[in-house]
Ligand binder design. Structure first.
Ligand SMILES: [Zn+2]
Length: 298
């Protein structure tokens, strides 16, 4: 599939102007005295971190390709997307996934993951301590076992490696929850001055606990929680993240009413520019460590 390039270089230029723009986007960088500690050295050359929000219909999947060549897959769409997932990996030239994260056991997130594991070399796999008695989950566990992989626990505080210059930390789940959505692994990716918050289906309870944990939630790009359901993206959470861009992974005419008007209005009111898989196909957000470039399939 050819990605039509639609460039949104909102943050053109270099130096202080850019820094102040970014700082304005990300309130956490505004604190005087912290500038030297938080400002990472700019990456050299054309080294891009690619964060690709794959169009998997009503489901979620994010593919990260680091400047080092290291790769990460967070979620893998539904069961009926298995071939689609393999096609995407082929398209992006992925032969090895250094890290795979299943945010939580719901089928629209881990459905296609068994096949991905069967067909791709995998370094590490992370799942939260949440089980499910579905065939989909069983099938994933079988694939993991066949590959001889050992599941690592996805929880707040876990740090992941995607090569030099990239900081990856899980901010949730902070606690254990009965509800599978709230068990979602939430991943924050920071590259230079840009950051992404990838939230799975985390709902208001998890958002509240992330806020209470004191974690730095601020991010330029937010994967809008739970496909834009009103169960997530509370105002308090949104105000802490202060995203410039919100990505909604949602399928056309889904039965869940995702994304909800409540969340769309809330995002609009906070000045968040929204991108959606159902309207724009696959969405790729690239960072060179200073500025973001967004390309959409349509
Ligand atoms: Zn979901």
């Amino acid at each position: 599939m050819n990605l039509l390039t639609k460039r949104f270089q909102r943050l053109a230029g270099k130096g202080l102007l850019i820094f102040s723009l970014i700082a304005a986007l990300c309130g956490c960088s505004l604190e005087p005295g912290l500038l030297n500690e938080t400002a990472a050295p700019p990456p050299q050359g054309e080294s891009l971190l690619r964060v690709i929000f794959l169009d998997v219909g009503q489901g979620a999947s994010q593919l990260l390709i680091a400047p080092s060549g290291k790769t990460m897959l967070i979620d893998a769409g539904n069961n009926d997307n298995e071939q689609t997932m393999l096609d995407y990996l082929h398209k992006y030239g992925i032969k090895r996934l250094d890290t795979v994260i299943g945010t939580h056991p719901d089928a629209d997130h881990i459905g296609g993951m068994d096949k991905v594991i069967d067909e791709t070399e995998v370094g590490n796999i992370y799942l939260p301590k949440a089980s499910s008695n579905t065939k989909t989950f069983e099938s994933l566990l079988k694939s993991i076992q066949r590959k001889g992989l050992k599941v690592k626990t996805a929880k707040a505080g876990v740090q992941l490696d995607l090569g030099e210059g990239i900081k990856i930390k899980m901010l949730a789940p902070v606690k254990s929850y009965e509800d599978s959505n709230n068990m979602s692994a939430v991943v924050k990716v920071t590259y230079g001055k840009n950051s992404f918050l990838l939230t799975g289906d985390a709902e208001s309870q998890s958002e509240k606990d992330m806020l209470a944990s004191g974690a730095d939630l601020c991010a330029d790009v937010l994967l809008v929680g739970h496909h834009g359901s009103k169960s997530s993206t509370t105002l308090a959470f949104l105000k802490a993240v202060k995203p410039r861009y919100g990505i909604i992974q949602v399928g056309k005419d889904n039965n869940y009413g995702h994304p909800t008007q409540t969340v769309l209005q809330r995002l609009k009111k906070q000045g968040v520019e929204v991108y959606r898989n159902d309207l724009q196909g696959t969405i790729e957000v690239d960072s060179d460590g200073t500025k973001l470039t967004i390309q959409t399939e349509r």
